[in-house]
Design a protein around this ligand. Structure first.
Ligand SMILES: Cc1ncc(COP(=O)(O)O)c(C=O)c1O
Length: 328
């Protein structure tokens, strides 16, 4: 019986969904949304805060600031509330409303950037804002998830060993890429493991993480408009890119079977399925990481009007919509 006195002390690290009966391919989905912050970003947030406390950078007088598309912001808001720090999250207009409200409910302030930088996009504009803020007052402490090594170390220490414990014969691991903290932590852990694991990074079309042209991306979490400083491509065996329309189809296929996951899970599952379809995967042990759950996306990915406005009326056939959408 887990009993906790601080919210960051609880995280379910051993829950998997076997997707074979839904998609016909052997794939285990590691669910990272079962903690009080609701996402995998709790691990990076906790590790970065603890490191900053150890180094004396973060003190009771500090004001934590961070750029986040939402989930890291929620995790930091939760930890800040638990530890008594003030926290300001800098996000942009793609951040889900419920995510923003969640941070505010936890006592944090949220600043929403509404205009992307012409070259570096929303992320560049968020970072510019943070730099100016930190230059204006030295009480601000920016953990900087994009460069902070404790972001990937959190996954080296927790996520990857948790997978290794449950799947001693793991062959392929699919990991979505944002800051690439999860990807780098897992890739570095399995590089030194007792058997070779094929590391497949999953990114969204329009993201420039692994090169390519920037394009419109409306689903927060995965993808970046700049190259992530944490990324070391020598640790990645392959990259699969997924169109947002395919992300949405995967989310709705899962939801039709009662599994409501977040957008990046749809991306990772869609990318993993196309990789498995292209390779003889019957005998392989394959795991994909699901970063969060679907409730934060009810007004976007799971709302028919939003889908039709952004991706067109036929993004989902009538048989592909979730049950509620079909009745409507
Ligand atoms: C929902 C979701 N998926 C995926 C990611 C990407 O994880 P990482 O930053 O470790 O690459 C994030 C990061 O914020 C996220 O919020």
């Amino acid at each position: 019986m887990p009993v906790v006195s601080v919210p960051q002390a609880f995280n379910e690290d051993d829950l998997y969904v076997d997707l074979r009966s839904i998609f016909g391919h052997p794939l285990f989905l590691k669910c990272e949304g079962f903690n009080f912050a609701g996402s995998i970003k709790l691990k990076a947030a906790a590790e970065m805060v603890e490191a900053a406390e150890r180094d004396g950078v973060l003190t009771p007088a500090s004001i934590l600031v961070e750029s986040s598309s939402g989930n890291l912001g929620v995790a930091l808001a939760m930890i800040a509330a638990s530890k008594g720090y003030r926290f300001l999250c800098v996000t942009d207009s793609r951040c889900n409303l419920s995510t923003r409200l969640l941070m505010e409910a936890l006592g944090s302030r949220v600043h929403v950037i509404t205009e992307p930088d012409a070259v570096t996009g929303f992320l560049g504009a968020r970072i510019d804002y943070l730099r100016a803020l930190c230059a204006s007052d030295d009480r601000y402490v920016w953990l900087n998830q994009y460069t902070n090594p404790f972001n990937w170390k959190a996954h080296y220490r927790t996520t990857a060993p948790a997978i290794a414990r449950q799947f001693p014969r793991l062959d392929v691991l699919f990991v979505g890429a944002g800051t690439t903290g999860t990807l780098m932590g897992c890739a570095r852990y399995f590089r030194d493991w007792h058997r070779r694991v094929h590391i497949v990074a999953v990114d969204s079309v329009g993201s420039v993480i692994f090169g390519g042209a920037p394009g419109r991306r409306m689903i927060p979490g995965l993808g970046m408009s700049i190259r992530p400083p944490l990324l070391d491509e020598s640790n990645v065996d392959e990259v699969v890119r997924v169109e947002e329309a395919d992300t949405i189809r995967a989310c709705h296929r899962l939801a039709r079977r009662g599994f409501l996951f977040g957008g990046s899970t749809g991306t990772v599952v869609s990318g993993a399925l196309s990789w498995l379809a292209d390779h003889d995967a019957r005998e392989r042990t394959a795991v994909a990481i699901a970063p969060d759950l679907g409730e934060r996306y009810l007004d976007t990915i799971y709302q028919t009007a939003w889908l039709h406005a952004l991706y067109g009326e036929d993004v989902l056939g009538s048989g592909e919509l979730t049950a509620g959408s079909r009745v409507a």
